[in-house]
Design a protein around this ligand. Structure first.
Ligand code: ZN
Ligand code: ZN
Ligand code: ZN
Length: 179
């Protein structure tokens, strides 16, 4: 019994690590990731009095369709299959709103967007990005932010954008032959 409890709590601890689900592959319940993200977005927007319109919510849902960052063009293509009126400005405005509210992050190196795992608190994201499958795991390591902030201020540098994008291979792709 104790053994089982220990296992469960260990499994829960690793599942709780922000970003761990991104490298969970087919083994994780991605429906739960999407549901959690949408629920968090609704709560946050309600608390802030920000309007999460149907379209903004749908764009967020499309971004969360996987853990790989999605480009605006792909979003537009998918949306225009559902709404004839989905024009580029509509999508860009929805993306601006989601960025402003901290519900998504922009991955500059891919010119793409990914859902935030902890949107309740404003932060610069740090990402481990798999060069093979494209999955991006958000690290929420305060020590990294602190170190960046301290070094920048030691050099008298004013930080404006502090997103960290790190490239490599996720556990599943390390195990696959064609990576
Ligand atoms: Zn997931
Ligand atoms: Zn984030
Ligand atoms: Zn991968």
């Amino acid at each position: 019994m104790n053994h089982v409890n220990r296992m469960t709590s260990r499994a829960m601890a690793s599942a709780k690590k922000p970003g761990a689900a991104a490298f969970g592959g087919a083994a994780h319940d991605h429906g739960a990731c999407i549901a959690d993200a949408l629920m968090a977005a609704e709560t946050i927007c309600r608390e802030r009095g920000a309007r999460l319109t149907k379209l903004r919510r749908r764009v967020l849902e499309l971004i969360w369709s996987s853990h790989a960052p999605v480009g605006a063009y792909v979003l537009l293509r998918r949306l225009s299959q559902e709404h004839e009126s989905a024009a580029p400005p509509t999508v860009y405005r929805a993306l601006d709103f989601l960025l402003e509210q901290g519900l998504i992050h922009r991955i500059e190196s891919l010119n793409a967007f990914v859902g935030c795992v902890e949107p309740s608190e404003a932060h610069a994201g740090q990402f481990l990005i798999c060069r093979h499958c494209g999955a991006a795991a958000e690290m929420r390591d305060r020590r990294v932010n602190k170190a960046i902030g301290r070094t920048a201020s030691d050099l008298g540098f004013t930080l404006e954008e502090a997103t960290v994008e790190l490239r490599g291979l996720c556990p599943a792709c390390q195990a696959s032959d064609d990576a």
